[in-house]
Design a protein around this ligand. Structure first.
Ligand SMILES: Nc1ncnc2c1ncn2[C@@H]1O[C@H](COP(=O)(O)OP(=O)(O)OP(=O)(O)O)[C@@H](O)[C@H]1O
Length: 232
């Protein structure tokens, strides 16, 4: 269970968000959507304890989270590809994992048919290959909360479908937090969608009412929409 109460985060003078609250009580997929630069990644990092918040409270299973020390063993989050080490192979990254996670990891490698990928150095990886490694690393931890930032980015249709099926399976027993711009896929797998915009976190109450999540998104951000033709 995750409870977020009135959190605020700023970088120097820039307030990214303030007074945001959220409660997720049962295993499910919750996805954060919203414009570029609005604060989705920052919110995921704050919830996981990677970034310190300025104000407010975060509780995971009633334990207050101040840093990754508090979320350790409860949350798996590999932030994004910047965490990968270019001169190591995929397999060498897996050496960071505990012995108890190895069986799970091998199942994931097999699932993504990533045996060859694991032998290569990360510096030779494409965007999609990096994403697969991040998914394998994150899911190797059998913890109650998994967090993915833009997990579906760069995956080809087959691997995207595999990743979605994996999330659908894992959500039966875990809370999964995602950020994404892939609204069609998100409307297929997410139980709850939260729209981060204008310093509010609005839950999309009835996704069936919206003709599609994308239409809803465009309606909300229409004021910003500028269809001026480019002079080039
Ligand atoms: N380490 C940092 N130092 C200073 N500003 C930061 C830092 N990280 C993020 N920001 C700023 O915080 C704001 C939110 O960024 P964030 O990465 O959370 O957005 P996002 O919603 O995930 O965007 P996108 O959809 O483009 O990935 C942006 O204005 C960004 O420039």
């Amino acid at each position: 269970m995750i409870t977020v109460k009135n959190i605020k985060k700023s970088f120097k003078k820039q307030v990214v968000f303030s007074n945001l609250s959220l409660s997720i009580k049962k295993p499910s997929i919750a996805c954060f959507i919203g414009p570029n630069g609005i604060g989705k990644t920052t919110l995921l990092k704050v919830i996981s304890g990677i970034l310190h918040k300025d104000e407010g409270h975060i509780f995971i299973d009633e334990k207050e989270i101040f840093s990754t020390n508090d979320s350790f063993g409860k949350v798996s989050f590999f932030v994004n590809e910047s965490i990968l080490i270019e001169n190591l192979t995929g397999r060498e990254h897996l050496l960071l994992l505990l012995e108890s996670q190895k069986e799970r990891t091998e199942k994931l490698i097999n699932y993504f048919q990533a045996e060859e990928l694991m032998k290569k150095k990360v510096k030779s990886y494409s965007l999609g290959m990096r994403q697969i490694l991040l998914i394998i690393l994150t899911c190797s931890f059998d913890v109650p909360i998994l967090i993915f930032d833009e997990i579906l980015n760069g995956l080809d249709p087959k691997n995207r479908r595999k990743a979605m099926n994996l999330l659908m399976k894992l959500k039966k027993e875990k809370i999964i937090l995602l950020s994404s711009h892939q609204l069609t896929e998100i409307s297929e797998i997410a139980d709850d969608v939260y729209f981060l915009y204008d310093n509010t976190l609005e839950k999309v109450e009835d996704m069936s009412q919206a003709r599609s999540l994308e239409n809803l998104y465009l309606e909300k951000t229409m004021g910003e929409f500028d269809d001026t033709e480019i002079e080039i």
